[in-house]
Design a protein around this ligand. Structure first.
Ligand SMILES: [Zn+2]
Length: 178
């Protein structure tokens, strides 16, 4: 256990930059910090709400990119949501959503989406078409979060402004309710 700052995985920004350079979202899981006898995907070890940490990377400008990450004790961001909203235009856009396999079907996707939806009643949401593995579970997440998340990438000039490719530095986030 450490302070949120020391618990913050080192290299996460670098991994994101590398992924961005390669046009992918494939941050490899860090090696498991457990004895080899414990299966890597052991649910008992991997899915532990008491040790996970939630992070919000706020937008650099009102309509800029923002992100939520949920990290395991080893720093791996096993759940990630990237989105933009524009208040004047009442638009929301989900750019990326990912929950890595052992953590899937535990509600992380819905909780991240609900966090993004907070205070955004009446906004029209769309998703980018290349939401890769997120696309498979968008319908279920949208249903539990109570929002329509159709593809179509409906954006405004504010969300398209240049120079806003990356969200700001991560801040600890109180885990959204189940
Ligand atoms: Zn706008």
């Amino acid at each position: 256990m450490g302070s949120p700052d020391t618990a913050r995985p080192r290299g996460s920004l670098w991994a994101r930059l590398v992924d961005a350079f390669h046009g992918r979202d494939t941050a490899a899981p860090a090696p498991p910090a457990v004895p080899p006898a414990v299966p890597f995907n052991s649910l008992e070890w991997r899915v532990d709400p008491d040790t996970e940490t939630w992070w919000h990377l706020p937008p650099p400008s009102p309509a800029g990119m923002q992100e939520v990450q949920v990290c395991a004790p080893d720093g791996y961001d096993f759940a990630r949501l990237v989105w933009k909203v524009c208040e004047p235009c009442r638009l929301g856009l989900v750019l990326k959503i990912r929950v890595t396999e052992p953590w899937q079907r535990h509600g992380y996707g819905s909780r991240m989406v609900r966090f993004a939806l907070r205070g955004r009643d009446g906004y029209a949401w769309t998703t980018t078409p290349q939401s890769d593995d997120g696309r498979a579970f968008f319908p279920a997440i949208a249903a539990t979060a109570g929002v329509d998340l159709p593809p179509g990438r409906h954006v405004c000039e504010h969300m398209e402004a240049r120079g806003l490719k990356l969200p700001g530095p991560a801040r600890p986030l109180d885990p959204p309710p189940q």
